[in-house]
Design a protein around this ligand. Sequence first.
Ligand SMILES: [Zn+2]
Length: 59
Amino acid sequence: MVPVELMEVPRDAAPVPVGGCESCAELAVREAESAARFDYSGAVDARVLLRRHHGSAHR
Ligand SMILES: [Zn+2]
């Protein structure tokens, strides 16, 4: 059986912001604000930056 949580996460989901990390918090806020004003390219942008940041800062 495939775990349900794996199926529910979209493939392009942003990494979970790391608590206490200012960069994570900033990018998470940027994504949320962009999505809130229907600026989806801005939201995707923030998500890409967050994922890149995770790759370099939280490995
Ligand atoms: Zn971070």
